[in-house]
Design a protein around this ligand. Structure first.
Ligand SMILES: [Zn+2]
Length: 214
């Protein structure tokens, strides 16, 4: 290059990023393999749905996969539901059972993959919450506020693609809805985190309203 302008392009021998590194927001090989298995014709839908959840656990949450005892099919909602079966695990060592739906499998797409990974992370948080004693229906809003706030604010895991703005907004709105269901003391306790969530919502909405770039 003779112009003398600064260039971000590196010499191929510079040896920084491998030539096969995916562009930002693209799926890497690990993600693509999980996606390919989800979209294959075989085995059955049930097996593929359960396999997606296990693959995500093993690939992206290897250090926390012991939180999960089993993955079942189908789920009674359109996503994932985690329960901690009454089997008497010692307090603080409870394990979760994740039920997976057809929709979760169907939404394991290139566009949906980043969210699917974070969605499993959301369920792992619920098991950790139960281990810390945050169980019972009266703590449901607290559990969901924390899990949706995390999921809505989380950066996508590298190599899993991008979560679109609309999806992120939906997650953030769920967090806000659950915060409003909290008692006064809990609202005070989580005020800082709530403020962060609201700030993110405003930023995302401002992006939506901004005129398209020329
Ligand atoms: Zn949840």
């Amino acid at each position: 290059m003779s112009s003398g302008t600064f260039s971000l392009q590196r010499h191929p021998d510079a040896g920084t990023a491998p030539a096969t590194a995916p562009a930002a927001g693209a799926l890497d090989e690990k993600a693509q393999a999980i996606l390919d298995a989800a979209e294959a014709d075989k085995p059955s839908k049930e097996e593929r749905a359960k396999n997606v959840v296990w693959s995500i656990l093993k690939t992206y949450y290897a250090d926390r996969q012991d939180l999960i005892k089993d993955v079942t099919y189908p789920a009674t909602n359109k996503g994932l539901i985690t329960t901690t079966p009454a089997a008497k695990a010692p307090k603080g060592a409870e394990q979760g059972s994740i039920a997976v739906s057809d929709e979760f499998l169907e939404q394991t797409t290139k566009e949906g993959f980043a969210r699917r990974v974070l969605q499993v992370g959301h369920e792992l948080m619920h098991v950790e919450q139960i281990r810390k004693g945050m169980s019972g229906s009266d703590k449901s809003a607290e559990r969901e506020f924390l899990a949706f706030a995390w999921e809505g604010m989380a950066e996508e895991v590298a190599g899993t693609g991008k979560m679109n703005r609309g999806t992120r907004l939906r997650l953030i709105n769920e967090a806000i809805k659950n915060y409003k269901d909290l008692g006064e003391d809990d609202q005070k306790r989580y005020k800082d985190q709530y403020d962060e969530v609201v700030k993110k919502k405003e930023a995302l909405e401002a992006k939506k309203k901004a005129p398209a770039a020329p």
